[in-house]
Structure formats: structure tokens, C-alpha cells
Write a protein that binds this ligand. Structure first.
Ligand SMILES: [Mn+2]
Length: 412
């Protein structure tokens, strides 16, 4: 991605922060597994959004003192022994090139320099940390440690939450971000086509997952979350990630999955008949879910309340499920449809969101109605990723086939 994007993100953050403040952002570390082993590193998405750097153990500082903004990036120093085992560390020049931050420091000096800054004559009045929930104890570990240290050492310092600013910025996607999501959707499409071609009864759910993730790996991508592959009755479990069952003839498989492109996520769900042909009943339910998707997209627009969009889907289901005699009363919809119709999408699969959730221009949402009829072993969800523009919603994943006809023809 173009580094101007990240430079601009910092600029916008600085504009929105209070004067005489300093903001601290951690890139995070690989969680410890056992002994000297760690889990795979996944960069803190706020840090990536502000720097474009996907590396461990770094700290970004944005200072705004008397209206003047300065930026500092702390990175691990070159360590030849570390590099022999773990790979080459990012050099100062590369950090500047990627992020556009001009001042690069040694991460080992952070605490001393930061303390000095807080004691100096032009010290900030406020320190911004990332806190996901209101309580500081709920924030990420490094932020929690920092806030405890601040409270002990600098009790007069005001601690502010930078997540509010970051959320307002990250909700509005730039053209470049939408392009990344589209790329991630493209990988998902190609991998799903491979899955469809290789799907057959007798295959195990984990093998379908392997088909999908193998195709992502061939494209130097990876899953944006744990792949869900639920056949038959398993599909009524929304986040089924066991994937141990053998797929039976006559069953469908619900695949809720996605890929990453530069840390931007796609999130797609398709439901396919294992043997390539839907039964009449499966088709009937499938077409209701497909129509629910249209109802959802029609209800979405700039200024729409998320709760109203959810309400529109439920009203549609109430009508449709009564028409096929599955329910008698509107209140019974909850038995067969028990989740929200979508969520914001971006650097996080369940992306940061404002509390009011009024749809605004350049938001990206998933649209994922479903129906889950446990007693019939039917679970269907269809999910696309859409971009809210002032001219209406644009379905970014419309090229991933989803009508029963198109699916049956493709799988023939
Ligand atoms: Mn989703």
C-alpha cells in the first residue's frame, strides 16, 4: 500500500487529538505458547493503520504540543543472534520508507525517553492509550501496563482513549482500503471455485477447509479468521470450527470464510449442496435467504440505522416463513434466525464500529442473513461484503456465484 495513506491516517489522528497530548501505540508481540515457542504474530490493527508496518515489538508516538505535531517510531535494534534464528529485522531506513515517520528510535530506549518527556517543561497534559472498553482493565496488556505505570508515576496525567478517534477514522474506508478488501474477496472467490469443483459426499469437513486454505496459500494469502465448514445439521451452529464430520450425500455444507490482503479482510459465506444438486426443500429455504439478502441491501443506505436494517430482515422472514407454514406467529422467527444481519468489515473481520451505528458513506459491511432449521438438518447463510456509497450500496463480492442455478451448473 502507498505510504501516503498511512501518513495521512496519522495526520487525521493528530488533527482529532486534544492539544498538549501524546498518543502511544503498540504493534504487539507474538503470544507465548510454551517454553521458547510462540503463536503466530498478528499485528495490532490500529498500529498497522497508522504505520503500514507489520512487525513485532514497535511503538509509535504521536505528540501534539502547542499545536505542533511530532512523530517517533521505536523499533527493535539490529541483533545478529536474533536474526540467525528468526529472520532479518527491519532497518531504520526501511521503517522510514514504509511509514514515512522520520524519527526512528531504539525500542529499548522508549521507557527512559518517555519518562523524560513526561517530566520535561513542555510535557503533555494527556496521554492517549488504546482502550477497547470503558474500563482500562479490559484493554490490551501493554496498554494496561502503561496505564497502571502512568497512574503510579504520574497521577496528575490524564489518560484518554484513542480508540474513539481510531474508530471514527477506520469506519470510513478510503478507495485504497476498498481495493484491498476487493483483492481479499478475489482470493476468496478463486479458492471457493476450487472448493466447489472438489466437493463431494464422503469428504470430511476438514478436507474442504484444506482445499480452501491451500488455494489461499498458493496466492500468498491466509484466512482472515477460523474457517467455518459445517455440513448438514452442523450448519445450525453459527461458529462451527470443529470440522470433524464426514459430509453426507444429500447434505449441504455451509462455508463461512475469508482471506486477507495486506491485513484487510474479506468475509464470505456460501452454502453448497455436497453432491452438486439442491433438493426441492433446500432450494425453497435457500431462495428465501437469498431474497433476505436483497431486502437487507435495499434497506441499507447512508443514514440508515443498523437496527432498522435488522428489523427489515426480520419482518421479511416473518412473512416468508409464515407463507411456507414454518411458523405461525412473527415472534417465532427467532427460532430459525438468531444473529444480526451484518457487521462492519475492514482491518478486523468484526471491524471497529461507532456505538450509534448509523451507516455512513464509505462504510463497509457484511450482509449475511441465514436460516437454521435444526429439526430438518438445514442451515443456510449467504454472505456478501458491501460498500455503502452515497449512490447506494455496492456489492463487492457479487462475482462469487450464489443462485442455486449458477451453483448447480458450476458443480456439474
Ligand atoms: Mn461475517
Amino acid at each position: 500500500m502507498n505510504r501516503d495513506f498511512f501518513i495521512n491516517n496519522r495526520k487525521k489522528f493528530a488533527e482529532l487529538m486534544e492539544d498538549n497530548s501524546t498518543a502511544v501505540f503498540f504493534s504487539g508481540n507474538s503470544p507465548r505458547k510454551s517454553g521458547d515457542q510462540t503463536y503466530l504474530f498478528s499485528v495490532d490493527r490500529n498500529f498497522f493503520y497508522l504505520t503500514g508496518i507489520d512487525r513485532e515489538n514497535m511503538i509509535l508516538l504521536i505528540n501534539k504540543i502547542a499545536g505542533k505535531v511530532t512523530e517517533l517510531l521505536y523499533i527493535p535494534p539490529v541483533d545478529e543472534v536474533f536474526e540467525k534464528w528468526n529472520g532479518i529485522l527491519l532497518r531504520k531506513e526501511e521503517a522510514i520508507e514504509l511509514s514515512g515517520v522520520e524519527s526512528i528510535q531504539d525500542v529499548g530506549d522508549f521507557k527512559t525517553q518517555f519518562t523524560k518527556r513526561l517530566c520535561s517543561s513542555n510535557r503533555p497534559d494527556n496521554v492517549y492509550i488504546v482502550s477497547y472498553l470503558v474500563s482500562e482493565d479490559e484493554s490490551y496488556d501493554e496498554y494496561r501496563k502503561l496505564s497502571h505505570w502512568l497512574r503510579n508515576q504520574f497521577p496528575a496525567m490524564k489518560i484518554l482513549n484513542s480508540q474513539d478517534i481510531l474508530t471514527s477514522l477506520r469506519c470510513t474506508k478510503s478507495e485504497e482500503e476498498v481495493e484491498e478488501i476487493k483483492t481479499a474477496i478475489g482470493y476468496t472467490k478463486e479458492a471457493l471455485e476450487f472448493v466447489m469443483k472438489n466437493l463431494k459426499p464422503g469428504k470430511f469437513e476438514y478436507q474442504v477447509r484444506a482445499d480452501f486454505e491451500y488455494q489461499l496459500m498458493l496466492r500468498n494469502s491466509k484466512p482472515s479468521f477460523n474457517t467455518i465448514g459445517a455440513s448438514g445439521k452442523n450448519a445450525v451452529i453459527l461458529h462451527y470450527i470443529d470440522l470433524q464430520d464426514k459430509i453426507k450425500d444429500g447434505d449441504m455444507i455451509l462455508l463461512d470464510l475469508g482471506a486477507l490482503s495486506n491485513n484487510y479482510a474479506s468475509d464470505i459465506t456460501r452454502t453448497y449442496p455436497a453432491n452438486g444438486k439442491f433438493t426441492q426443500r433446500q432450494k425453497e429455504i435457500y431462495d428465501i435467504v437469498l431474497e433476505a439478502q436483497e431486502v437487507t441491501m435495499d434497506a441499507m443506505h447512508v443514514g440508515a440505522l443498523e437496527t432498522d436494517v435488522n428489523g427489515a430482515v426480520k419482518a421479511f422472514y416473518a412473512k416468508s416463513l409464515k407463507a411456507i407454514n414454518l411458523i405461525r406467529d412473527d415472534s417465532e422467527v427467532d427460532k430459525y434466525y438468531y444473529h444480526g444481519v451484518g457487521h462492519p468489515l475492514g482491518l478486523d473481520v468484526h471491524d471497529v464500529a461507532r456505538r450509534d451505528r448509523i451507516m455512513q458513506e464509505n462504510n463497509v459491511y457484511t450482509v449475511e442473513p441465514g436460516l437454521y432449521i435444526k429439526e430438518e438438518g438445514i442451515g443456510i447463510r449467504i454472505e456478501d461484503d458491501v460498500w455503502v456509497t452515497k449512490n447506494g450500496v455496492v456489492n463487492l463480492s457479487k462475482d462469487i456465484i450464489k443462485t442455486t442455478n449458477d451453483i448447480e451448473n458450476f458443480m456439474k
